[in-house]
Design a protein around this ligand. Sequence first.
Ligand SMILES: [Zn+2]
Length: 438
Amino acid sequence: MGRAEDEVVTLTSELIQIDSQNTGELETTTGEAEAAAYVDAKLREVGYETEVVESGAPGRHNVFARLKGADPDRPALLVHGHLDVVPFNEAEWSVHPLSGSVQDGYVWGRGAVDMKDMDAMILALARQFMAEGTVPPRDIVFAFLADEEAGGAYGAHWLAEHRPDLFEGCTEALGEVGGFSLTLGEDVRVYPVMTAEKSIAWMKLRVRSRPGHGSMIHDENAVTILAEAVARLGRHRFPLVLSESVQGFFDEITALTGIEFPTDSAAALDGAVAKLGGVARVVGATTRDTANPTMLQAGYKANVIPSVAEATIDCRVLPGRQEAFERELDELLGPDVEREWIRNLEAVETSFDGELVDVITRAVQEEDPQAHTLPYMMSGGTDAKAFVKLGMRCFGFAPLRLPPDLDFTALFHGIDERVPVDALQFGTRVLERILRSC
Ligand SMILES: [Zn+2]
């Protein structure tokens, strides 16, 4: 085998060819075991003693391997990636989403940026380090995980709860999402380090009221009461709240480009954020809580007023805002609407400082002298939510130097998902520097 940089494209392509779509249903999510077997074989081939762990349901396989470091007294670093991908509609793509084809300077297919690219970088480096006898400064635990795309109940969260021994000694974690370059003006590139994530809080709303005949006067209709509450919530704008990570992101961009981010009104801030291009849709969502109605259910016949009406709301709450958010919810919904969390994975945040952050910054600057790192909050969530519960500081950094005009954030879960070949190789070099000096 060659160096990681030479192998990473093939590994990315072969991982994409394994169909590990996560449908969110146990019966139809079946490909993770094959992806895990592939990773396991690649690690064993170079001499790792791996452990393959099933996380709570048949076929939900995760692979663990530990590389001993030079200093056994230092805490270990967890380096993790998920092996599942979101589903796709083949008809919408210009190449087959499972082709992993390498053309026009890109590797194409579902998972190319989320996150079989980083899986391949991690795997290639784990193989290279073992093959050449590299001893990192401290223990590195490599983890390839199931079920991230459905929230990790059959992956990271199960493992953190039932097998904390697998993460023994890990105080920091490195995974997705960050590390992709954003080009600002003349040859200035920023590489966000993910230091925070909003919560994933799915809520069921329910109105119970008096049923009746659809032909009669009826002023307590559950559908009407629910619809009014859903509309109030959907139109509501939660207040601007800049957490440390988001403020740090804005401050660094202001220092580099002069773009100011005024906070006197949401419209002014949104206008400034829009200047950042594609990433604006993520960054904008990290300046406030959101509550988007996504599902409605009520009734069974056109002339029967039902006794129950239900709605599902996708809420994403900023770190430290849960209580205030719920107070605001209750005011908006009023006394006639019951609410219940059907999933509530808390927001997480760590500070943008410490040795690992310095190592990341140095590594990326050694490969790209125009690079600047800055903290970043994800509007979605990752497996970091599970590892925070084990006391780890979690960072997201999947390094990719991207062409300035590529709308990268649109590729996540998107059509024609693809990753530039040279970005993959760049990322592998950066990650190698990080792991060699972590
Ligand atoms: Zn992902």
